[in-house]
Write a protein that binds this ligand. Structure first.
Ligand code: ZN
Length: 294
């Protein structure tokens, strides 16, 4: 093989961000620096999806040995067995992804819920040093990941806590349109997620006017207040299309509502994701390098 003057990297780590609509793959070195990356629309069928993973992994590894792999996938899933059934990929049900990938690539494979993996990415590569770090993503839906000393907090039996399915006192110009996809009537997700915004305001988040953004920020602020009161984290970091689209003014308003209603515990730092749409991809790289069971 001709190396074009470049020394071989002595193996790479592969991160996979397997979303309902897009698939991103990155090959990185031991320090998490991305060497190659690729992106495609997610295939609809299961076998097509697995073939696509195989092809894109081969491409991005570019002939290097693969030392470890990490993946962000929509829940529900069992992170220990690596069996996944992502809600927004109808053809993927009870797929033993860890077993399939470890057999194929002969290296450790780690998989977890996309919001947990995104939290790892932001913590490792977003330069946030906080012992109790809460990452929230607001995109089509809403979810989060809580890290304590860099380790993912898990609920009873390994279950993923659903921080967006909490009840809040809300403000809404169209209260009859407030429903949550989980079935509960008054969830935070049912007010601030991309799908909720479309349902309530009859247009996407990027088309909201400032008063409507303020209403969404108020509701998010109430959710942040509950999370801050219960978890008392040092930092809450927000990512995902809705949060990034709302930008610093949206976050400032939400933070103010949180602060106005938060008593007895310190007000956490609240900021936007530093990594944009690469949060889960970089988290998957971190999982590939460091594993998830530390
Ligand atoms: Zn809900």
């Amino acid at each position: 093989m001709h190396w074009k003057g470049r020394a071989p990297a002595m193996g790479v780590y592969i991160g996979l961000d397997i979303g309902g609509t897009k698939l991103m793959v990155a090959a990185a070195d031991r320090e998490g620096r991305i060497l190659h990356r690729s992106r495609a629309d997610t295939a609809a069928g299961l076998q097509d999806g697995l073939d696509q993973l195989e092809r894109m992994t081969t491409e991005t590894a570019a002939g290097e040995a693969i030392l470890g792999m990490g993946a962000a996938v929509g829940g529900p899933l069992d992170w220990e067995s690596g069996v996944v059934s992502p809600l927004h990929q109808a053809a993927w049900r009870e797929v033993p992804l860890k077993a399939i990938m470890e057999e194929r690539w002969n290296c450790p494979f780690w998989v977890d819920v996309d919001t947990n993996i995104a939290a790892l990415g932001e913590y490792r590569y977003g330069k946030t040093a906080a012992r109790r770090f809460l990452y929230l993503t607001i995109s089509t839906g809403m979810g989060g990941g809580l890290l304590i000393d860099g380790k993912i907090y898990r609920g009873a039996g390994g279950v993923h806590p659903e921080v967006a399915h909490q009840s809040i006192p809300f403000r809404c110009a169209y209260p009859s349109r407030v429903v949550c996809e989980c079935g509960a009537p008054d969830c935070l997700e049912g007010l601030v997620s991309g799908n909720a915004i479309r349902r309530i305001y009859a247009r996407p988040a990027e088309k909201l006017d400032p008063d409507e953004w303020s209403e969404v920020a108020y509701n998010l602020g109430q959710g942040l207040r509950n999370l801050a009161a219960i978890l008392a984290p040092e930092v809450i970091c927000l990512g995902g299309g809705v949060a990034l689209g709302g930008g610093p003014e949206f976050i400032r308003q939400a933070r103010q509502v949180m602060q106005d209603h938060l008593k007895l515990v310190p007000v956490p730092e609240v900021h936007l994701s530093q990594l944009g749409s690469d949060t889960a991809l970089l988290g998957a790289v971190a999982a590939a390098i460091h594993g998830l069971d530390q």
